[in-house]
Design a protein around this ligand. Structure first.
Ligand code: 3EB
Length: 350
């Protein structure tokens, strides 16, 4: 595979200090990247995604006082076409499609979430990229109650589940995802899709599949897989201190961290992947593009030192202080696993 480079770069919004962290594919292809497929700015403002200079841009208000804005940029090695369709913006090259959307603050998200996801599913089918392999959802007041006393996350999950049940290709499976809090004034989401049917959705034998969570967690379960394998890259969903379907160690950051890391290590390991017919496995040192979401500002230094102790010294790690979809969760971690020696490695920044 020579032209199939697929990479991501996280860069500071200030742009002069590029933290390049790229994965899968030959060096040539990676150094060939020439156009941004999309830019997600994790910063101080939020709003509807827009096309800026031909590139979809989604702004998510994720910052706390620490002022640590950064942008996640998805690079294409080919020619990028972008556009909008209703409230959605999208872009694609020959291989991958990016799409982003936004739902304004509301007393009830079920219908709006269902509609915007249904619109997105129709868009990707029409564009010829029917397989979603990674999705992110950022939900304001995620643990608050909606206009009917239902937790906002559960309200959102209901709409998303209806869209996946009724409007998504039945055989496509649910993608790896993150569903997390934001300080923004509405639900922001984005996802990546591809043409091929070779993506493989992975569950974790330590955890109940989220789409099978019992009813006590809400009227409809969350629609996502624990990870999605796309070629040699494993996209790891937001992962937390949940065994089976139960939260472990409410109130105990260190213990929640250990369960979360144990879940990821098991999820990406050879034994769990073999159960899905995939060969080989990954270790925590293969993880990059890591986001650590933590609930309490006071836990920041602790999560940083816990992360440094377990991840590769060159891994790109971002810390985001937001609420998490269950009120008893203190930390959630996502990342992308790939062969650390397979592609061009980033130069560590000072
Ligand atoms: C969990 O395991 C923790 O709703 O898209 C993780 C990843 C979580 C994705 C989502 C939620 C979502 O249930 C929460």
């Amino acid at each position: 595979m020579t032209s199939a480079c697929f990479n991501v770069v996280a860069e500071r919004a200030s742009a002069d200090d590029l933290i390049a962290s790229r994965f899968t594919g030959p060096d040539e292809a990676c150094s060939n990247r020439n156009a941004a497929l999309a830019r997600i700015v994790f910063g101080a403002t939020s709003g509807r995604p827009r096309i800026e200079g031909g590139v979809p841009v989604l702004r998510l208000k994720m910052g706390d006082e620490a002022r640590e804005d950064f942008a996640e940029v998805w690079w294409s090695v080919g020619t990028v076409t972008s556009g909008s369709a209703g409230d959605l913006v999208f872009s694609h090259d020959d291989e991958f499609l990016f799409c982003a959307g936004f739902i304004p603050l509301s007393e009830r998200y079920t219908e709006a979430a269902r509609k915007v996801y249904a619109d997105a599913f129709a868009l990707i089918a029409e564009q010829g990229f029917p397989k979603i392999f990674r999705m992110w959802n950022f939900i304001p007041r995620i643990n608050g109650e909606n206009g009917e006393g239902l937790e906002v996350y559960r309200d959102f999950c209901r709409g998303r589940a209806l869209a996946f049940e009724q409007d998504y290709a039945a055989d496509a499976g649910m993608p790896a995802a993150t569903g997390i809090g934001t300080w923004g004034e509405g639900v922001g989401f984005y996802f990546l899709a591809c043409r091929e049917s070779t993506v493989r959705h992975i569950e974790n034998s330590r955890q109940t599949p989220a789409y099978k969570y019992p009813r006590r967690y809400g009227p409809r379960p969350p629609s996502f897989a624990r990870a999605t394998l796309m070629r040699d890259t494993l996209f790891v969903s937001g992962t937390a201190s949940i065994l089976g379907h139960a939260t472990m160690h409410a109130g105990d950051l260190a213990r929640q961290w250990d369960v979360t890391i144990g879940n990821i290590a098991h999820l990406i390991g050879a034994e769990n992947l073999a159960a899905h017919g995939a060969t080989g496995g990954y270790t925590l040192h293969d993880l990059d593009q890591i986001k650590v979401y933590y609930r309490h500002a006071a836990d920041r230094l602790a999560v940083e030192s816990l992360a440094r102790a377990v991840f590769h010294p060159h891994a790109c790690i971002r810390y985001l202080k937001v609420d998490i979809c269950r009120a008893d969760l203190l930390v959630e971690i996502e990342g992308v696993a790939s062969r650390r020696d397979a592609g061009l490695r980033p130069t560590p920044t000072a």
